[in-house]
Design a protein around this ligand. Structure first.
Ligand SMILES: *Cc1c(COP(=O)(O)O)cnc(C)c1O
Length: 403
């Protein structure tokens, strides 16, 4: 007799694994087979963690700083987060208003578990980061997707937002600069969101993970600068994954009202206990040491952004909003939907286009469908100029073969 197949919980059946990580895995598998894959799908900087940060991690091991830490993270790290928020933005937080988590994604997860449940609706502007809807669903709540327009540079139109608000709305997730579009929310949009949030008592989650990767010199508008009262209902999410090229160390942080951070700490205490002690020491070195690394990394992205924008918009049919931050471009590729490849394969949507580009041109990209926007595909330009040049050549050839 066969062993019985164990049923899975309903909550996991409704969830898909992260599509960006799936594309990355497929590209890496092809590469392992010897294929010359150019990877534009990765969502991480192509820089190494700065040496002084690595040294701090090594020193932590040598000092045997290898035991459990306090649930919300070590005090010096939470103090360092407060200092950065104050120095960089003029916002004042105390260490008991900060939680350090196992990456920014985990901070969002703790937050959703602490704030939302069945019957609650959470507004998510689309294109959105792939993990927002499943994280809300895993809390038992309902993601409500608010479409943004390419024509308005993916800014949020308050009139459109109104259409998706209901008495069950409990919160909204903001991400500016955005992954995948690189767009930022205007002061006008943030004012309207802030006003609605104050009137209706929403939690405002602001994912600021790309706030050190901004092009141009203008200070980005921020929801907390709209009205000081909003700090009572806003959660700031950030981390060192992108700013210090530390994706593998898994350190993120959340700052917000004390009672919400305390609730998140309860969740963390019963799940991961604390983030890695060694990684916390490394993150401490990142936040308290010289701040030139994020600036140098941003500066290195500038010519790559200029190159890929020019290459994409020179191709027939493609339109692409110029990113104001992040290391992604999100061109509209819908002109080729419905066309056929040489072998008769029909490019029906963003998923079949990404498959075609991976199989025929050995270009790994992420289909826009993963971000709730099927007309687009995402290219990361956190890759060398040589790869960008070769990749854009291959893209032009592959698209030229469609008819
Ligand atoms: C990368 C990223 C994060 C955080 O990632 P972690 O690796 O979990 O720190 C959060 N939000 C967005 C939009 C991201 O792209």
């Amino acid at each position: 007799m066969d062993a019985p197949i164990i049923e899975l919980a309903a909550r996991v059946k409704d969830i898909k694994a992260s599509p960006t990580l799936a594309v990355d895995a497929k590209a890496k598998a092809l590469k392992a087979e010897g294929a010359d894959v150019l990877n534009f799908s990765v969502g991480e900087p192509d820089f190494d963690t700065p040496p002084h940060v690595c040294e701090a991690g090594k020193a932590a091991i040598d000092e045997r700083f290898t035991r459990y830490t306090p649930v919300p993270g070590i005090l010096p790290l939470r103090e360092a987060v407060c200092s950065r928020l104050s120095a960089d933005h003029g916002w004042h937080y105390q260490p008991d208003q900060v939680q350090v988590s196992c990456g920014g994604k985990h901070g969002l997860y703790n937050m959703a578990q602490a704030l939302f449940g069945p019957g609650d609706e959470v507004l998510i502007p689309a294109p959105y980061w792939v993990s927002y809807p499943p994280i809300i669903q895993l809390a038992g709540a309902t993601p409500v997707i608010v479409p943004l327009d390419e024509e308005s540079d993916f800014d949020l139109d308050p009139a459109v937002l109104h259409q998706y608000v209901s008495p069950r709305t409990r919160g909204i997730i903001l991400n500016s600069p955005s992954n995948p579009t690189g767009s930022v929310l205007s002061a006008r949009a943030l004012e309207a969101i802030g006003k609605m949030a104050l009137e209706r008592g929403w939690a405002v989650i602001t994912d600021d993970i790309y706030d050190t990767i901004v092009y141009g010199s203008d200070k980005l508008p921020h929801i907390l600068d709209v009205d000081p009262r909003l700090s009572e209902q806003t959660l700031i999410l950030n981390g060192v994954s992108k700013s210090f090229a530390m994706t593998g160390w898994r350190i993120g942080y959340t700052a917000g009202p004390k009672h919400i951070i305390a609730a998140m700490n309860k969740i963390q205490s019963q799940s991961t206990s604390n983030p890695s002690s060694v990684a916390q020491r490394a993150a401490l070195a990142a936040l308290t040491g010289p701040q030139d690394f994020p600036v140098a990394m941003r500066d290195a992205f500038v010519p790559r952004l200029a190159f890929i924008m020019e290459a994409l918009t020179a191709m027939e049919g493609i339109s692409c909003v110029r990113p104001r931050g992040s290391f992604y471009v999100f061109p509209n590729m819908s002109w080729c939907y419905g066309r056929k490849a040489k072998d008769g394969q029909v490019i029906a949507d963003s998923v079949s286009l990404a498959d075609y580009l991976l199989e025929k041109a050995l270009l790994a990209t992420v289909p826009g469908a993963a971000f709730g926007a099927d007309s687009f595909i995402r290219f990361s330009f956190a890759t060398s100029m040589e790869v960008l040049e070769e990749g854009m050549k291959r893209l032009a050839v592959a698209l030229g073969e469609l008819h």
